[in-house]
Write a protein that binds this ligand. Structure first.
Ligand code: NAP
Ligand code: SF4
Length: 711
C-alpha cells in the first residue's frame, strides 16, 4: 500500500489547479481513490428500516455524483447487543445483504467507494442488552452495561468478521471499524471504563487486544482486497483517557493487524469539551492527527470542523494528513467536491456546524437533514424539478426564508424578483454572524448571494414594497417572507423607552452600544447569544468590524485562535500530551463586562436550547461569569438600573448601565392580503412572518424551499 506523504503533489496533466493536494489520487495498492475527500459516517435515521433503503440509496448517490472519493455509512451493529437504538440497522443476514446492495450499486455508478461502518455501541446503547468492558454506566444512557465475559468478547470478534464478510458480499468496498467517540472498542481501549484485570484489561497492550483481534478477524474474513478503516480516538477528552504514547502504540498495532487507512476520532460523546459545534475553530484538532501520522505508514485521515476547501488543502499540503474526512459538510452540499474541483468555492453551501437538523435530530430519533439544505436525506421527496411553465414570482424579504424561496424558485426556472427593505441580504443571520463563535453564519449569506446572482434573480435592495406596487407588477406568485421584528417592551414596562434600553437587533447591528454592566431580558437562544457576545474577550467587536465589514459578503471575522480556545476548554496545547485524555486545567476567564441574564419563568436557564449545543452555551456563560436570574418580574427601568421582584417576592435594583431586550419576536405580515383580496396573484406566507414563536432558521429555509417547489 502506498500513500503520498510528500508536501508537493506530482504534477500531471490532470493536476487540479485549485486544490492540487486534495485532487491527487491515492493509490491503496489494490485500488485507487480518485481524490482525498471522504464523507464521514453519519446516522441519518434511514439505515434503521429496510423500507427506507431506496431513500438511503438516493442520498448516497447524490453525494457520489458530487465527486466524493469515498463515503462511510452510518453505524451498523455487528449484533443485537451493539445496537445504538432498539432494532437498529444490521448486517447479519442474506436479507440485509440484498437491502444494502441497493445502496452500493447506486454509489458505484459514479466511481465512488462506499464503506460500511461497523459500530458496536457498548454502554452508549439505548436498550437493556448493553455490554461494556466494565459494568460502569455512561452519563448518556440510562442502561447500566453488563461486563463482557471472555466468551462474549470472542463471539463479538466473530460477529464483526461476519458483518465485514457480508458487507463485501453486499458490494461495499470496505468497512470502518468504529473505535472512537467512546463506543465499545474505545471503552476497552481506555482506563476511563476498562477496569478489567484479565487479558483484555490492564496496560495498553491488554486494553487494545479486543480492537486488534477485531481487525485481524475482519482482515482474515474479508481478504486483502478490501479497505479496512479504523476510527481511532486520537484524543479522548475524558478523565483517565489515553495519553499520546498509548494512542501511538494502538495505531501501530492496528496497522500491523491489517488496517488500510487510519481515521481520526476526537473526544468521547460524554466529553465536556465541545468537538464539532460551530464555536470550535476550524481544524482545531488536526495536530493530534498529524502526530499519529508520523508514527504509521498507512494513510491517515483528518477530521472535525473542516468544512471548506482551503482548510482541507492546507492540511494535506502541510503533510498533517493524507486525506480529509468531512461528514456534515456533505449534508449541507452534496456537490462540495465538484464545486471545489471546478474552483467554485464561493458556491459551496457551507455547513455552519449548528447541529440543528442533523445531530439534534438523531438524538430526537428523527430523520437527519440539514438546516441550510432541506433536500439532504429527502432527495426523493423534496425534488427541485424544472417548472413546466415559468412564472413571475416576487419574494418579499431577503432573510434566509426569502433567499431560500427565491433560490429554489429560480432553480426551477421561474422569473424571480427578490425585494429587501434593508441594504443587505441575510435578515436575522446578520445578527447571528457577529456572535463570537458563529462566524460560519457569514458563509450562508455568501452562498445565497452568489446563488441568486448566478441564477439571475433580480435582487432589489433598499426597496420597501407596498400593495399597490405588487398589484401593478402582475406577479403570478407573491411569497411573503417579511420575517420578524424583535418584541419591544415599550408601553409594557416602565422605562423601556429610555436611551440605554435597546433590542438585540440594535445592539448587534452596531446601531447602539452598551456600558460595562448590562442586564439582558429574556434567556432564549438570542439572550444566550447576546450574553456571550457581551462577555467574550475574543472575536471582533462591532467597532472593529465596522458597518461596511458587516455588509461585505466576502468579509470574514477572525475566529478565536485554536490555542486560546483550547486554553478556555482545558485541552492541552502540547501535542505530545502527558495529561490523560489530553485534558488540562482550563484557564480562568476575565469577562470584559458584568452581565445579568434574566427570565421570568422558574428553573434552569437555557433548558430549551438545542440538545447537542445547548450545554456548550450554558457552560460558556457560566465560565464568563454571567449572573443567571430565573423567576423574576420586571418592575421598571430607571437611570439607576432595572428594578425586579425576585422569586422570593423581594424588590431589588440591579445597577446596570444598559438593558438589552431579547424577549422574542413578532411577525411582520402587513403585506399579506386577506383571503379573496388579491385575485391576480397567489400569496404565500413563510418563515418568521408565518410563525414568530419558535422561529428558527431550519424551519424558515425549509418553508422557503417547500413553497418554491409547489409553484
Ligand atoms: P425565545 O427562545 O422565544 O426566547 C425569548 C425569551 O424572552 C424567553 O426566555 C422568554 O422568557 C422571554 N420573553 C418572552 N416574552 C417576554 C416579555 N413580554 N417580556 C419579557 N420577557 C419575555 O426567542 P429568542 O431568544 O428570540 O430566539 C428565537 C429563536 O431563535 C429560538 O426559538 C431559536 O430557535 C433560535 N435561536 C437559537 C439559538 C441557539 O440555540 N443558540 C440562538 C439564537 C436563536 P420568559 O417568558 O421566561 O421571561
Ligand atoms: Fe451542518 Fe447544521 Fe446542516 Fe448539520 S444542520 S449539516 S450542522 S449546517
Amino acid at each position: 500500500m502506498t500513500a503520498s506523504r510528500t508536501a508537493a503533489p506530482i504534477e500531471t496533466a490532470t493536476t487540479n489547479e485549485h486544490y492540487p493536494h486534495l485532487f491527487e489520487p491515492l493509490d491503496l495498492g489494490f485500488t485507487t481513490l480518485k481524490n482525498r475527500l471522504v464523507m464521514g459516517s453519519m446516522h441519518t435515521g434511514l439505515e434503521d428500516r429496510f423500507y427506507n433503503y431506496g431513500k438511503l440509496a438516493a442520498y448516497f448517490e447524490e453525494r457520489a455524483k458530487g465527486g466524493v472519493a469515498m463515503m462511510i455509512t452510518g453505524g451498523i451493529s455487528p449484533n443485537r447487543e451493539g445496537w445504538l437504538l432498539p432494532a437498529g440497522g444490521t448486517m447479519n443476514t442474506k436479507a440485509d445483504v440484498i437491502n444494502h446492495q441497493r445502496v452500493t450499486r447506486a454509489v458505484h455508478k459514479h466511481d465512488s467507494k462506499l464503506i460500511m461502518q461497523i459500530l458496536h455501541s457498548g454502554r452508549y446503547g439505548y436498550h437493556p442488552f448493553v455490554l461494556s468492558s466494565s459494568p460502569i454506566k455512561s452519563p448518556i444512557s440510562p442502561f447500566k452495561p453488563r461486563k463482557m465475559s471472555i466468551k462474549n468478547i470472542e463471539q463479538t470478534v466473530k460477529d464483526y468478521a461476519r458483518s465485514a464478510k457480508l458487507a463485501k458480499q453486499a458490494g461495499y468496498d470496505g468497512v470502518e471499524i468504529m473505535g472512537s467517540e467512546g463506543y465499545l472498542l474505545n471503552q476497552f481501549l481506555s482506563r476511563h471504563v476498562n477496569k478489567r484485570k484479565d487479558i483484555y484489561g490492564g496496560d495498553i497492550e491488554g486494553r487494545m487486544k479486543f480492537a486488534v483481534d477485531v481487525v485481524k478477524a475482519v482482515r482474515a474474513a474479508a481478504g486483502e482486497d478490501f479497505i479496512i478503516l479504523f476510527r481511532l480516538s486520537v484524543i479522548d477528552l475524558v478523565k483517565d483517557g489515553n495519553v499520546m504514547d498509548e494512542v501511538i502504540t494502538v495505531a501501530k498495532a492496528l496497522e500491523e493487524a491489517g488496517v488500510t487507512i487510519m481515521n481520526t476520532g476526537i473526544g468521547w460523546h460524554e466529553a465536556r469539551v465541545p468537538t464539532i459545534v460551530t464555536s470550535v475553530p476550524r481544524a482545531a484538532f488536526v495536530d493530534f492527527t498529524a502526530e499519529i501520522k508520523k508514527h504509521i505508514n498507512i494513510p491517515m485521515m483528518a477530521a472535525n470542523r473542516i468544512n471548506m476547501p482551503e482548510t482541507a488543502e492546507e492540511i494535506v499540503a502541510n503533510g498533517q494528513a493524507d486525506m480529509i474526512q468531512m461528514a456534515r459538510p456533505f449534508l449541507a452540499d452534496a456537490h462540495w467536491v465538484n464545486k471545489a474541483k471546478n474552483g467554485q468555492t464561493d458556491r459551496i453551501n457551507t455547513c455552519i456546524a449548528c447541529n440543528q437538523a442533523c445531530l439534534d435530530h438523531t438524538f430526537e430519533n428523527k430523520r437527519s437533514t440539514c438546516l441550510v439544505n432541506p433536500q439532504a436525506c429527502y432527495e426523493t421527496e423534496l425534488v427541485y424539478k424544472k417548472a413546466k411553465k415559468p412564472k413571475k414570482v416576487a419574494v418579499i424579504g431577503g432573510g434566509v426564508a426569502g433567499m431560500s424561496a427565491a433560490h429554489v424558485a429560480a432553480l426551477r426556472g421561474h422569473e424571480v424578483t427578490l425585494f429587501e427593505a434593508k441594504d443587505v441580504l441575510g435578515g436575522q443571520f446578520n445578527y447571528a454572524k457577529v456572535i463570537p463563535g458563529k462566524e460560519e453564519f457569514f458563509e450562508t449569506i455568501r452562498y445565497y448571494i452568489n446563488e441568486l446572482e448566478h441564477l439571475g434573480v433580480d435582487v432589489k435592495l433598499n426597496t420597501k414594497v407596498d400593495k399597490d406596487m405588487l398589484e401593478k407588477a402582475k406577479f403570478h406568485h407573491v411569497i411573503v417572507a417579511t420575517g420578524v421584528v424583535p418584541r419591544s417592551l415599550a408601553g409594557k414596562l416602565e422605562g423601556a423607552d429610555l436611551p440605554q434600553v435597546m433590542s438585540y437587533a440594535e445592539l448587534l447591528s452596531g446601531e447602539k452600544s452598551v456600558g460595562n454592566t448590562v442586564a439582558v431580558i429574556g434567556a432564549g437562544g438570542i439572550g444566550f447569544d447576546v450574553s456571550e457576545y457581551l462577555t467574550a474577550n475574543h472575536g471582533k467587536s462591532l467597532d472593529e468590524i465596522g458597518p461596511d465589514g458587516l455588509k461585505d459578503p466576502s468579509y470574514r471575522p477572525e475566529p478565536q485562535s485554536i490555542s486560546e480556545w483550547r486554553e478556555e476548554w482545558g485541552v492541552t496545547n502540547e501535542v505530545d500530551y502527558q495529561s490523560e485524555g489530553g485534558l488540562v486545567k482550563p484557564e480562568a476567564i476575565k469577562p470584559i463586562r458584568q452581565v445579568y441574564l434574566m427570565q421570568r419563568s422558574k428553573g434552569r436557564l437555557g433548558s430549551g436550547l438545542n440538545k447537542t449545543s445547548g450545554w456548550v452555551h450554558r457552560a460558556h456563560i457560566k465560565s464568563h461569569g454571567v449572573i443567571q436570574v430565573a423567576g423574576v418580574q420586571y418592575d421598571k427601568i430607571t437611570n439607576e438600573g432595572i428594578w425586579v421582584t425576585n422569586g422570593q417576592g423581594q424588590s431589588q435594583l440591579l445597577r446596570v448601565d444598559s438593558v438589552v431586550v431579547c424577549a422574542g419576536q413578532e411577525s411582520v405580515v402587513e403585506l399579506m392580503p386577506n383571503v379573496g383580496d388579491a385575485p391576480d396573484a397567489q400569496y404565500h406566507l413563510i418563515g418568521g412572518a408565518k410563525l414568530a414563536a419558535e422561529l428558527d432558521a431550519k424551519r424558515a429555509i425549509r418553508d422557503g424551499a417547500e413553497v418554491a417547489v409547489q409553484i
